[in-house]
Design a protein around this ligand. Structure first.
Ligand code: MC0
Length: 146
């Protein structure tokens, strides 16, 4: 069952400048940063609020590592902006399978590694009214980190 918005992914050309915009304008601080080579991104997670299931909601700022990565291709075509939304679930495997059974293309046969050790998969935007949609099961982790 999808229980919350885990994050909104935002494509940007300059991660440091975008992080500074969110800090200076809204007061959002960086909770976590990492490089995900497989996904081709450098990212910063800005925590917006915690939730009772142990997960949280974030803005995920994404700078592409390569022009031919999903975010690189999308930026070249659309410029900066909202790239995807991600729903949180305790069971990404089960939810992905149930959604696949409804005829929506699930992009991975098995979930892959996402931010902060999460397990993720994606639904094809053309099957979701133009929205690239991610399903996320968070890794158990300490409440606060940097
Ligand atoms: C592409 N399209 C999108 C889109 N990306 N539509 C809405 N939102 C997006 N983000 C549309 C294009 O405009 C195009 O439409 C069609 O889909 C095919 O796009 P393409 O540029 O030819 O690219 P493809 O087909 O090679 O790849 C599209 C696909 C890919 C969605 C399969 O981007 C993908 O595998 N995405 C999932 C992985 C990902 O995005 N990783 C980065 C975030 P037209 O009408 O022109 O045909 S990593 C992440 O988020 C991790 C770290 C995490 O959360 O933990």
């Amino acid at each position: 069952m999808l229980t919350r918005i885990d994050h909104i992914g935002i494509a940007c050309t300059d991660l440091d400048a975008t992080v500074e915009f969110y800090r200076a304008t809204y007061g959002f601080e960086v909770f976590h940063t990492e490089v995900n080579e497989e996904q081709g991104v450098r990212e910063a997670m800005l925590k917006i609020n915690g939730t009772s299931d142990g997960g949280a909601s974030y803005l995920q700022l994404l700078q592409p590592l390569r022009d031919d990565s999903p975010v690189g291709k999308w930026l070249a075509k659309n410029g900066e902006g909202v790239h995807h939304i991600a729903f949180g679930t305790a069971d990404v495997d089960g939810d992905a399978e149930a959604i696949r059974d409804k005829g929506v293309r699930v992009l991975y046969d098995a979930p892959r590694t996402g931010s902060m050790g999460s397990r993720i998969t994606f639904l094809h935007p053309k099957d979701c009214h133009g929205v690239l949609t991610e399903l996320v099961t968070s890794a158990p982790r300490p409440a606060e980190e940097h």
